[in-house]
Design a protein around this ligand. Structure first.
Ligand code: HEC
Ligand code: HEC
Length: 196
């Protein structure tokens, strides 16, 4: 154990010192300027951003879908969400419009099949330890007849988008294999892509 700690220590020193050979990393950045905003981040400055970011104020049903950031990315929420958060055990207003049996009335996009599927393999006990009960490369998927509890907290993955401009160039290039995947998803059909 002690040997392991010493070894890890040596490796870290080597790694740190090799980083140090890069000229720029020698210049220390003060923690009060560690941010993208040109202001002291430790100051409670109301004008830090110039003005507060604006979220969509469009009521559900009047918003325009935002194109996905990449194929099968969780879509961003295009409509206003005032009063929708926090999502609690007894109150999840998203379900009242997005559950598949509600969309004919609400006009919302139905929660996809992937959210009604359990992708967590069962565990088996082997010699007092738990192991995943699935073959290497096997994609475990079990259809549930209800929303998977892992999907209940929608805002863990789906968030509204604020209207902000950030002075950082984004070099990421979005590539879609078909036009439909810019505004809709098909993950449940492609979950094992690249695995099998
Ligand atoms: C009153 C009904 C209603 C409620 C409540 C609601 N939505 Fe929506 N949602 C819609 C509609 C309708 C759309 C389609 C865009 C539009 O017409 O405004 C939509 C679009 C979306 C989209 C974009 C889907 C896509 O394919 O691009 C996401 C994500 C979303 N909503 C998530 C949520 C979440 C998360 C909540 C809860 C915090 C929520 N919605 C609450 C009706 C609703
Ligand atoms: C763990 C992350 C996660 C959670 C939690 C989650 N989603 Fe999603 N959602 C995704 C991802 C990733 C996609 C795109 C791939 C797919 O279809 O699964 C998606 C897709 C969607 C779509 C688009 C469906 C389509 O046909 O294009 C809707 C609508 C949606 N989710 C609604 C919800 C609602 C409402 C909740 C809460 C009840 C929720 N999601 C919870 C990750 C999540």
């Amino acid at each position: 154990m002690i040997k392991k700690i010493i070894f890890t220590g040596i490796i870290s020193v080597i790694l740190l010192s090799s980083c140090g050979t890069d000229d720029k990393s020698n210049q220390l950045i003060s923690d009060s300027t560690l941010g993208f905003i040109k202001s002291d981040v430790q100051k409670d400055d109301e004008n830090l951003l110039g003005k507060m970011p604006q979220y969509s104020n469009k009521a559900p049903g009047t918003a325009t879908k935002i194109e996905r950031s990449f194929e099968n990315a969780p879509p961003m929420i295009p409509h206003m969400t005032v009063g929708f958060f926090p999502i609690t055990k007894n109150n999840n207003i998203c379900l009242s419009c997005h559950m598949p049996d509600k969309v004919s009335v609400s006009g919302a996009v139905a929660i996809p099949e992937s959210h009604f599927t359990d992708y967590r393999p069962k565990l088996k006990e082997v010699d007092g330890k738990y192991e995943v009960d699935a073959e290497e490369g096997e994609v475990f998927s079990k259809k549930l007849n209800k929303l998977s509890p892992t999907r209940y907290n929608c805002s863990q993955c789906h968030v509204p988008q604020a209207n902000v401009t950030v002075d950082i160039k984004n070099n990421f290039e979005r590539v879609f294999r078909n036009n439909a995947s810019k505004t809709s998803s098909d993950l449940d059909k492609n979950m094992d892509e690249g695995v099998k």
